[in-house]
Structure formats: structure tokens, C-alpha cells
Design a protein around this ligand. Structure first.
Ligand code: SAM
Ligand code: SF4
Ligand code: SF4
Length: 368
């Protein structure tokens, strides 16, 4: 019999500290660096901890079952609270915001939030690079309205083209055809180049690497192969399940010769490779075998408003408590500045048997 893991109620599941609020904060300058000189540039926001999939590597059914205590609605940041926090981060130099989850398209009226964030301007007066990561299940229905609301880019997760493999990985028997249909709907709505994320698990879906590359070559969409990561505490991660990106690239290169392409910007997570015949490009995200902590510019905001300065952080900083306690904009900016300037995380670089024992946050709570 499988042993059930019992979590305490969601609200108290993870440690959270009340951020320090400086007495007389300096005005934000539009650039903020951490203790290792890394600029604050990206903000990822988990808008819900719920999902209609149970991907085995993210929300395994044995843990996320019918008794699992998801967050109550009152714990979630409201859209107004999210907008306020985004504006505070933008004042410190954030230019890119990604909405994620859980499954972000399950959050009611998500288009309204997209519309609110599409109005925000960066320090240089430009609109935000506003993007969203989805499992694609509701995309056919929502692609048009998301585009109309001002979403600029879209990432769709898809782990296999083979229907049986895909159904086994999402573990709710969801058909692959519906996700492919969602990607088509997104293209028709004006999302020219969709990023397609495939988490590769050795022995589970690595036979799908070349078929995925073949399917999306020449479409303008970009498949990104992600090494299976040891996020959270429930996905039974083992190094043996990780297929290194080098091997992913070797397999594709054998079928369709590749050459390396330049990064689009410093801190880009995916390494870019283009097809020599001009049929587009693929990316690899090698968080396990080639950590990229050195220029990690990403802050993460959990569903209930806690700031995590690393995907593998054990504790968050409770920004929602500051908002709901009536903090003014200047002091909120000061609290964020204090947090980021203290940041020294580099979990993936020091991953070892020692760190495996650390308590880690679940991906669905903090966002990918
Ligand atoms: N539900 C949405 C989706 O699946 O696209 C958004 C949230 S999901 C947590 C964000 C991304 O994290 C997805 O692309 C997913 O494949 C990836 N992910 C989740 N667990 C992972 C793991 N253990 N290792 C690597 N990537 C993972
Ligand atoms: Fe849901 Fe995305 Fe996690 Fe899959 S990866 S369980 S779709 S949140
Ligand atoms: Fe950034 Fe932490 Fe990932 Fe390193 S381990 S790249 S610091 S989120």
C-alpha cells in the first residue's frame, strides 16, 4: 500500500518570515543588485496553487489527492495586490513578468490581471515583457482573450507527442491532441512563437525528444528541453532519472544538425541551438548538469504573496502581510530592496548530498 503523506494545513505549510522594513528607505533607482552582484530583472508569480493535471514530476497524485489542503481564496493575493507588488518590483528594475502556478488559466478572470499588468510601464517607459506558462488544456478557449488583454508571449508545457506517454505523465488521462489544438489556437490568436517546454525524464519520455523536435521544426515554435529537477519534496527525484541536456542535443543533432546560437540576453535560462538548415531553433535548460545561478535574476512570488529569492529556498518572505498591514509604497520598496540586496542563493551550484536533505518548496506553489 502507498503511504500517504499528510501535510499540515496549507497556510502554515512553509516557513515565512516577516520582511525587515527600513525606517527611512532610499528611493528606488531602477536597478537593484544582490549580494553576488546579480540584478533583479524577472518576476514570476504563481496565481494559483491548483491544477487540473497531476504531472508525476510536479504534483504526484499520492500527495496532491482529494484530501490535499489547497489554499483558501482569502489567502490568495488579489489582482490589486499583485499589481501593486509588480509596480514595486518594476521600480527596482524588473522588466519581465511571468504568470504561472499551478495552472494559471484556472484562476478566475485571469485576463483581467493580464490587462492590469499590460498597463504597467518599466523605468524606461516600455511595456513589460508579460508572459504566461500553461499546460495548454484551456488554451483553445482562452488564447484570444489573453492576447486581447495584452499578453505578449506564451509558454506551453508538453512532455510528449505520443498520446499514451502524455496521458501517463499528466496522470489525469488528458489527450495530447487538445494541447496541440491549444497551441494552434494560440498561433491563430497572434502568439507567433510559442515556447514549448518538455521536461525530460530518462526512461519515461526520452524517446519523445526527436519526435518533438521533428514536429515543431519549421513552425516558428521553440521546444525547450528541461532537465528533471529536484524541486519540492514529493516527486521522488533521483539523479538517475535526469537525462543531461548534452545527450538531448546529441540525439537531435544526429537527426537534424544543430549549431549553437547566441543568448538573447544575459541571464537567459535556456541555451539556444538552431537547425543548420534554417528550420528554427530549440533550447535546453540544464539546471542540474550546468547550473546557471551565476546570473540568476529571478524573484518568485508565491500564490499567497511570499517572496522566494530561489526556486529551492526553504522559506519565503511575507509581502502579503506588509500589504495587508497598510504599508506605504516607499516602505514597501524599501523592504524589497533590503531582501534582494541580502540575497546570496545559489542552490543548483552547491547541489549535493547535503542539500538533498533540505526542505524544499513545491513547484506548484511557487511557480516554475
Ligand atoms: N501548470 C503550468 C505548466 O505546467 O506549464 C505552469 C506551472 S508549472 C509548475 C511550470 C513549469 O515547471 C512547467 O513547464 C513544468 O513542466 C515545469 N516543472 C514542474 N516540475 C518540474 C520538475 N520537477 N523539473 C523540471 N521542470 C518542472
Ligand atoms: Fe500542473 Fe504544471 Fe505541475 Fe503539471 S507541471 S502538475 S500542469 S502545475
Ligand atoms: Fe536561481 Fe536558485 Fe535556480 Fe540558482 S538554484 S538558478 S539561484 S533559482
Amino acid at each position: 500500500m502507498t503511504e500517504r503523506v499528510v501535510f499540515p494545513i496549507a497556510e502554515h505549510r512553509y516557513d515565512a518570515a516577516l520582511p525587515h522594513v527600513p525606517e527611512s528607505p532610499a528611493l528606488p533607482t531602477g536597478r537593484l543588485h544582490d549580494a553576488r552582484g546579480r540584478r533583479l530583472h524577472d518576476l514570476r508569480i504563481s496565481v494559483t496553487d491548483r491544477c487540473n493535471f497531476r504531472c508525476t514530476y510536479c504534483m504526484p497524485k499520492a500527495v496532491f489527492d482529494k484530501d490535499y489542503a489547497f489554499l483558501p481564496q482569502s489567502s490568495l493575493l488579489s489582482f490589486e495586490e499583485i499589481e501593486r507588488l509588480v509596480r514595486a518590483f518594476v521600480a527596482h528594475g524588473v522588466e519581465k513578468v511571468r504568470l504561472t502556478g499551478g495552472e494559471p488559466l484556472l484562476r478566475r478572470d485571469i485576463e483581467r490581471l493580464v490587462g492590469m499588468l499590460a498597463e504597467v510601464r518599466t523605468a524606461s517607459g516600455a511595456p513589460l515583457d508579460l508572459t504566461l506558462t500553461t499546460n495548454g488544456s484551456l488554451l483553445r478557449r482562452k488564447a484570444q482573450s489573453l492576447r486581447a488583454a495584452g499578453l505578449t508571449r506564451l509558454t506551453v508545457s508538453l512532455d510528449a507527442l505520443d498520446d499514451a506517454t502524455f496521458r501517463a505523465m499528466n496522470d489525469v488521462d488528458f489527450p495530447v491532441a487538445d494541447v496541440l489544438d491549444g497551441i494552434e489556437a494560440a498561433a491563430a490568436a497572434g502568439f507567433a512563437s510559442v515556447k514549448v517546454n518538455m521536461v525530460v525524464k530518462r526512461g519515461v519520455n526520452d524517446g519523445q525528444i526527436v519526435p518533438m523536435a521533428a514536429h515543431f521544426r519549421g513552425t516558428g515554435h521553440i521546444v525547450r528541453f528541461i532537465e528533471f529537477m529536484d524541486v519540492g519534496a514529493s516527486n521522488g527525484w533521483r539523479m538517475d532519472d535526469v537525462l543531461p541536456s548534452r545527450e538531448v542535443l546529441a540525439r537531435i543533432h544526429e537527426a537534424f544538425p544543430l549549431e549553437q546560437a547566441e543568448a538573447n540576453y544575459t541571464g537567459e535560462v535556456a541555451e539556444r541551438w538552431r537547425y543548420r538548415d534554417g528550420a528554427g531553433e530549440v533550447g535546453v535548460i540544464s539546471s542540474v548538469t550546468q547550473p546557471f545561478c551565476g546570473d540568476c535574476s529571478r524573484a518568485r512570488l508565491s500564490t499567497e504573496g511570499r517572496l522566494y529569492t530561489c526556486l529551492f529556498a526553504g522559506a519565503g518572505h511575507d509581502l502579503r502581510a506588509l500589504l495587508r498591514g497598510g504599508i506605504d509604497d516607499a516602505r514597501l520598496a524599501g523592504a524589497i530592496e533590503h531582501l534582494w540586496s541580502q540575497r546570496a542563493d545559489r542552490y543548483s551550484e552547491i547541489r549535493s548530498s547535503r542539500t538533498e536533505a533540505l526542505r524544499r518548496i513545491e513547484m506548484s506553489y511557487i511557480g516554475g
